[in-house]
Design a protein around this ligand. Sequence first.
Ligand code: AQP
Length: 335
Amino acid sequence: MTSAGRIFSGVQPTGNLHLGNYLGAIKNWVELQTDFDCIYCVVDLHAITVPQEPVNLRRSIREVTACLIASGIDPSRSVLFNQSRVPQHAELAWVFNCVARLGWLNRMTQFKEKAGMNKENATVGLYAYPTLMAADILCYKATHVPVGEDQKQHLELTRDIALAFNSMFDVDFFPQPEPQIQKTASRVMSLRDGTSKMSKSDTSDATRINLTDSVDDIAQKIKRAKTDPEALPSEAEGLADRPEARNLVRIFSGLSGRTESHILAEFGGQGFGVFKPALAELVVDVISPISQKMNQLLAEPDEIDKLLASGAEQAYAITGPVLEDVKKIIGLTPP
Ligand code: AQP
């Protein structure tokens, strides 16, 4: 490895990727390719922790792959594949299910959020999601993991599992992966509710900007985005109790690379009738080239499948030996 370290990160093929995925993860992943040895995974085994229609899942795996490539993930520089093609993820997850304690998983807030009121009906897979995530990271002995706010707790658990494994078997085998904090990390919120995150699985398409949206869709969604009747403030503090306004300003900031203060110095005192069209123009400038490239890629689905197969081979070259060592360490195979 000649790089600053090895990055692992993943995205679920649970629907169209949106502006939240782009600003919160993918944009950063593209930049990380310069300094790190990067492994990017379409985490289809995570996707099935909640019910998926097989036809949609199959389509989403290709779409998400096309979207990552169109956004700038370069399969000749980074390893790009879908998780289910590399069996060591699931195999190591089982080993970790036998290392992690129920008490550790009981503390995971994402399970509580995703299972909602009907916890008894949630799948065992949704509950064990964090041990699979630990396996994803550690079967590559990744040193750095880009994490959003919502994944910090899972990364902590990954570190605990690595330590527990090393201590149970008295080895120094798994590294302690470090969170890779994004310079521009921010949570993109729903266009209809500034207090809940923009999400692929939100039933209302009006809540998000998909990376596949047309110019007209983008303009309409931003025009109809919930706001308040006040003009924009001239300073960032003025956004404190205005979640919808803050969200739009943050999206502007994430896409333009300008600070919130800088943006408010320009738009402060003006209404959304001025700000929204400027934001729509910016979103279109960033997203249109991505959706065009994505459509070109999706016109040749076999090529996407070939790329995924080739990425899986590269991934397997790393995970195969790691799992052989794990099996020796725990006594499943001769030393
Ligand atoms: N709204 C968001 N703002 C910032 N970052 C976000 N991410 C997702 N939504 C936002 C980041 O995108 C990466 C991939 O996420 P994921 O698809 O694996 O899972 P998720 O976080 O559960 O995303 P969704 O859209 O909400 O999917 P569903 O609806 O299927 O659960 C992660 O790094 C995530 O932080």
